[in-house]
Structure formats: C-alpha cells, structure tokens
Design a protein around this ligand. Structure first.
Ligand code: ZN
Ligand code: ZN
Length: 327
C-alpha cells in the first residue's frame, strides 16, 4: 500500500510505500476510494493536538470498500462500501462509554490522529466503528459527510430546535449543516470573514437567509449559533448575536484563546457549550437521513500524492466546501 505519512510534526507529508497489513481480530481492511481533508488534519500536522501517533497517516473521512475481514467480525462483507469516521475505537467500559457518551471515552482511538487514517490506498479499521454506506452517491461526494457532516449534525442537535440558526465559519461543515437546517425549515444566518463576499454568496446559494461578516449583527436575534471557525474571538460575537436563553455551540476540536468579555453577554441564561467527537449513534442517525435530505456536497478533488497541496489550500481558504483526496 501507499500512503501520505506525517513523519515529524510540522513537516510535510511524505509519499511512502508500506507493507500491506492484514486485519486483526475485529478489524477490517478497506481499500480507500476517497478521503476528505478536515481542519483537524491541519491541527494534527501543526501539533496542536496532544500525543499523536507518530509517524501517522492522517485522514478521518474515509470512504472505501472492504477487501479483507479479520476474525470475529459480523454483519459486514467483502466488497461492501463503508465509511470510517474520526471515532476509531472506544473502550466500552469507562463511565462515559457505559453512560451513552462514548464520544467522551477515557481511552479512545481517533482515526488519522492516534491510529492510522485514510490518506492512503488502504486502511485498517475497527469493524465496530465502520458505517455501511450503501450504493447511493459517489465516494468523493460522501467523504465530507464522515466528519464535517457528522460533527455538524451533532452540533446542530446540541444547538436545539430554535428556528433562527447562526453558522460562524462557512466551510465544509457549515455548507452541509446549512442544507440540513433548511430541510428542517430553519433560517440560516451565515457569518464569514469580514469582506469574504464570495463565501457569503456561496452560503446564500445554499439557502442562507442572510450572510455577512462575523463582525456584523444579524437582522434578527439568533436562537442558537454554531461556531465552526477555530477563532476564539468569535465567541463573544456569537453570544452578542443570540437571544436571551440562546445557545452558542463550539464545534471545533481546537480554538485560539477566547478574549475576556463582559458577563452581560452570558447573562440572561445564554449558554456556551462545546461538542466533542461523535457517537456511533450520531453516525447511524445522520447517514440514514443524509440521502433523504438530499445533501449535495461541494468538493474539490486532489490526487492522494497532492495531500500537502490540499492541506495548504484548506489553510488558505482557497476552495469552497470540502477537499477530498482520491488514491
Ligand atoms: Zn474532521
Ligand atoms: Zn470508554
């Protein structure tokens, strides 16, 4: 197999020839058809997350077909198309796993961070964390659903059922969430970098009621806001934009420091919460709904060996929607 491997934090990924691995008990081997590129991959490359596996193959929005099955795996077959998400393994025995919060497991493994991921021609996954995807849609179109879609979905559920929803940072996740929210008959208010009129136009094309800069206030108070951008300065701005009792959800795994702000912005039962990882239940719910909603992902394709260019383009905001690597 071949892979783009991060051998040292902060360095470029290297095209590497690796021995084919056989799946162990409970594992499957997946021939990768497409793998999305996520903001979190940048955090891994930049060493903004603690204790990564090193060297590591990044990538946690994997779509592919099972080509080998280890002992003890049930309910999956050779040739079946599956999605491998960020949550790669949980312990099943800690208080969080037992309490239905496996997203907060004390001993998890994360795909493309603490276990090898999908910037490769093949990957090994824990079979229990692979989602059957069926045959609707292309591998490339489905890849962004595996993280941007799933984390977006979890954030949307945690944001509550309010009608007026703000989305701060209109990248891969928000462009999917906007479509889900519209399907739920909500009004979407999209916030981009000030002056980024092309992304604001992109948001309007996807059904946003209003789009503007993050330094602006929306035309009406929001019931909830989700912050997808990794910028702590957005938190006071989002709190200012939500109504009394409204909720601000931080969806990113990493954020720059939050500036101090007057208590007045939190007063009147506004809530500030974060969303961490996903549960398998989130995945099953969302992937079942996605075809019904008719989500159309906007993707920019790169050959696998161009992973460094894809990461650089993501960092610079050079494309709309999501980048996807194809082996
Ligand atoms: Zn991700
Ligand atoms: Zn656990």
């Amino acid at each position: 197999m071949q892979a783009m491997v991060l051998k040292k934090s902060g360095s470029a990924l290297e095209w590497t020839e690796l021995a084919d691995r056989q799946p162990g008990p409970g594992e499957i081997r997946v021939k990768v058809g497409a793998c999305g590129v996520c903001r979190t991959d940048l955090h891994v490359v930049d060493s903004e997350l603690p204790d990564p596996k090193m060297p590591i193959i990044p990538g946690h929005e994997i779509v592919g077909r099972i080509d080998a099955i280890g002992s003890g795996v049930e309910g999956l077959r050779i040739g079946e198309r599956v999605g491998i998400p960020w949550l790669g393994h949980t312990c099943g025995s800690c208080p969080f796993c037992k309490g239905g919060q496996e997203n907060l497991c004390d001993h998890p493994l994360f795909t493309g961070y603490t276990r090898d991921g999908g910037f490769a021609t093949a990957t090994i996954a824990d079979a229990r964390y692979a989602f059957p995807l069926g045959e609707t849609g292309t591998d490339v179109a489905l890849a962004p659903l595996l993280c941007a879609g799933l984390i977006g979905w979890r954030s949307l559920v945690i944001a509550g059922e309010g009608k007026n929803l703000g989305l701060y940072g209109f990248g891969a996740a928000a462009h999917i969430v906007a479509q889900v929210a519209k399907w739920q008959h909500r009004s979407v208010f999209a916030f981009t970098r000030p002056g980024d009129v092309s992304t604001q136009a992109f948001a309007r094309r996807l059904g946003a009621t209003w789009a503007g800069g993050s330094d602006e206030l929306p035309p009406k108070a929001l019931d909830a806001a989700i912050i997808f951008a990794t910028v702590g300065d957005l938190i006071p701005l989002a709190l200012k934009a939500v109504r009394k009792g409204g909720r601000v959800v931080c969806a990113g795994i990493h954020m720059s420091d939050i500036p101090s702000f007057p208590y007045q912005l939190l007063w009147e039962e506004r809530q500030l919460v974060s969303v961490a990882n996903l549960t398998r239940k989130d995945g099953i719910e969302f992937l079942r709904l996605a075809p019904e909603i008719g989500i159309v992902t906007k993707t920019t394709q790169y050959p696998l060996d161009q992973a460094n260019r894809a990461l650089a383009d993501l960092r610079a905001g050079r494309f709309k929607g999501a980048a996807v690597l194809v082996p």
